[in-house]
Design a protein around this ligand. Sequence first.
Ligand code: PMV
Length: 307
Amino acid sequence: MESSAPGKVILCGEHSVVYGQPAIAVPVTGLRCRARVEPAMPGSGLLLVAADLNQRTSLRNTAPEHPLGALARLVLEHLHCGEPDAVLTIHSDLPIAAGLGSGAAVSVAAARALAGFLGQPLSEEVVSALAYEVEKLHHGTPSGIDNTVIAWERPVFFVKGQAPEVLAISAPLRLLVADSGFPAATREAVTGVRQRRESDPDFYAARFSQIGALVKLARTALEQQDFAALGRLMDANHALLVEIGVSTPRLDTLVLAARKAGALGAKLTGSGMGGNILALVPMEGAPVVVEALYAAGAVHVWQTVTE
Ligand code: PMV
């Protein structure tokens, strides 16, 4: 039984989404995590193999906070199934700690493959909810946007605690994701925002509601295929993310380089403090922006088209 799940990027609204504001995320379908479950010898139990990391461990030996072990336990509990004699193998194209949702992609792919192996396929809602439980192990108080967009594999308008709204995008959305070369530390970035917000609640409340307002405008721009407006909103979102203290000089340099080379808009994406920037590019403009991003120090640039 095989299953796969995409990566994701947050188009706008990261951080403020943790405090109840909306955010928009899109799947990155070209970068995937694949999970396979095969039968094993009777009595062997469930073996978990993270092939890219060279890790093998039996479910019985995993600590409660082991992400793949926790996910497998959640699936078995949900399905009221005992531990099967099987091997669950994960292969992933997704870089770890890059804000591309690798943790949620592993959970979603693994949950589907294991449930499929047990003959009880899961709905998107259930897969997303199970993956959310594992996200909590990764970074404490996640909004749930990663597991949602990855489980649905569609662009989503997301508000914490509410059913996601799937967005219809009628013209291809061309995005570049450029890796700054520094790992994004989601837990630290989210904790830092929380601490700074505690000492200056009004400043942060104002920034979060400005981001929420621009996310709503971004939704309209997307639905109307007004990519120039969407790009300007991404730029404005980056400026507000700078104000709440989650950008870095390296991320700012990449954002400026992308804009200068013709991107319609650019911003950091995900938690910031490292990780990636996202640039919206016009139909023919991508190669020039890719080149400019490498010249400005990006260690990797991915292109993704959302249709
Ligand atoms: O690094 P990522 O893409 O998993 O970013 C997390 C996005 C935040 O809004 C910063 C946190 C969250 O839980 O939504």
